[in-house]
Design a protein. Sequence first.
Length: 439
Amino acid sequence: MPLPPKPTSPAAPPSPLSRNDDQQRATIIVKAKAPSKAIEKFFAPCPRGLEGVLADELTALGAQKIEPTDGGVGFSGPYELGQRACYWSRVASRVLWQQADAEYRSEDDIYRLARAVDWPHLFASHLTIRVETNAIRSPLRSLDFVSLKVKDAIVDKFRAAMNSRPSVDTSMPDMRIFVFLTAYRATIYLDLAGEALFKRGYRRDGLAAPLRENLAAGMLLLKGWRGDKPLLDAMCGSGTILTEAALIAVNRAPGSQRTFAFEKLRFFDASRFKEIREASPIASRAIAEKLLFGNDINPAAIETTRRHLENVLGTEGARAVTLTQQRAEDIPRPAENGLLLTNPPYGERLDELAQLRAWYPSLGAWLKRELSGWTACFITADREFPSGVGFKPSKKTPLFNGALDCRLFEFQMYSGSKREPKPLPTGGIPLEHQRAHRE
Ligand SMILES: C[S@@+](CC[C@H](N)C(=O)[O-])C[C@H]1O[C@@H](n2cnc3c(N)ncnc32)[C@H](O)[C@@H]1O
């Protein structure tokens, strides 16, 4: 999972437990009351590289004290803002609600911190839980052991309050608790989302290698696409980019087809949440003709894309999207100008990469021939892609697609911007270009 802000100093102060009670009260902040108009703290993880886009979304939702950091954004606001962020953010992977925050030196300090949270007030004992710990420069040796201590603290708190306790479910828990450790500070969050927010609820069929939905939406927003100009995905696979674009174009909330963990909290107010759902910041609209264009060489991909579009737009609405099945390099110019955003195959095996690199020049020739006047963006793990197609990128943005360290290359397709493609080495994608994704 992407991690909350890094500490300003790695030095560990003395344990809060070595202080007297008054000092300790000053250090430990525990949130245990029912949500009110009070200002709460949140952290929303997102795919790395999209923190700025997420910060803009949260600003538009009314968040305060917005602090983008590597892999997410901290923010403040009333409790309801957390619900609105779950429902409306296209880029956040989760929305974590801060419950406690304090200095620590040992696992026992963290146990006490978790024990001080009024968990039975938050959710019922028949719900299942999972605790996950992430850390930057923590001196503690086992993060699993920290998770275990926090789970024990929650269970002990329930046992002290009533005769029953939540049980653990590591695959589909009702409540997820996240612990984040810096060198000397521990923060405990309750996840308001439940399943990760990129699971929108419209994906029914699995084709290989789909993009995460929040990465697709984030790239569209990063490129300033708001449903106002033609969009082409020339290699659409399961249609993630097009489906997210459809949601943006019709102003539909990305969370409108799913449920959230906060709906299981004790104080969940269904009628208030209905009001939040119905209070769209912008009126919804129908999808315009000749706005969305999708294409793939594989007929099964086109069928899947069609189904996903129907899941969000309805059968009638999806007809407004032009879907074709042919080679990308044969697509005729769809409109005078627009945005091409596409995710070509990666070629993780050596022979695949060799084939791909032999294909790039014909892709470059198509860009030059059919897409002059367009902005063309490709997300790929192959750093040699620009040389292969023969254009100098006007921008390259590092982004993670799952565990794959990618670049979003942007090319402004002015006529005459073509360079001679240079012959490329056809080796595998270097290991240093692949880093584990945290969420
Ligand atoms: C990495 S996948 C795209 C995944 C997609 N972004 C999604 O979220 O599902 C690449 C796609 O490119 C398609 N493809 C490969 N070569 C192609 C070509 N020459 N023309 C058009 N599509 C091609 C494949 O069929 C595959 O669906």
